[in-house]
Design a protein around this ligand. Sequence first.
Ligand SMILES: Nc1nc2c(c(=O)[nH]1)N[C@H]1C(S)=C(S)[C@@H](COP(=O)(O)O)O[C@H]1N2
Ligand SMILES: [Mo]
Length: 211
Amino acid sequence: MLFRNKIFKQLPMKKLTKLIAVAMIAITTLQCKKSETVVTENQPRTSQNSSEKENHKHDEKDDLKYISKEVKVTGDVVNQLTLTVDSLKKMNVKELNDMKIVCQSGITKDDIKTTKGVLLTDILEKAKIAQQEHKDRNFYIVARASDDYKATFSWAELFNSPTGEKVYVLFEQNGQPLKEKGEMIVVSLNDTKTGPRHVKWLKNIEVNRVK
Ligand SMILES: Nc1nc2c(c(=O)[nH]1)N[C@H]1C(S)=C(S)[C@@H](COP(=O)(O)O)O[C@H]1N2
Ligand SMILES: [Mo]
């Protein structure tokens, strides 16, 4: 009692309130840190998580090395195509706004005001997938880059689901050619995370019938 009285006498009320506030903030912060640690510990460290961070980092010199000026459409198609930025510009070009590229990890890698591109389904209709009959529709389409990064689509995703309505081959961002990212990019804007099926330095679109 005597001790408490002593403290009260030495510390004016204002200072005491401040002291208590600081102590409470410190305790809350410590608790937040603690729960954060628990969350990370509980998250499984899949190979996907770690390799996404480590394997797909290139320095800027590499970026220039990977630029591809042509995209070949090959495989089970009636007409093999060689696409360039100029040939895409002659097709049905769509302008898109506010494109966010979100990595599997949840980090927003890019947020682009305007982009221009052509629907992948328009390109595949031009190439004509070699369907033998009505029920022959088990195909998978691989968008492959010059660093061998790739994204895969199924025929049904592209031609019979909302995904296909937003898969584009892009060639322009904010009025500028893609340069170090391109010259063409495939992106699937209806995906939950847009990063994984965002293929820079696009080089090939391969159509394969499921065996
Ligand atoms: N060709 C190619 N495209 C790629 C990658 C890559 O390594 N090579 N990385 C992907 C990943 S993991 C993400 S999250 C997005 C955005 O990555 P960025 O910030 O490297 O553009 O692009 C994707 N497209
Ligand atoms: Mo990513």
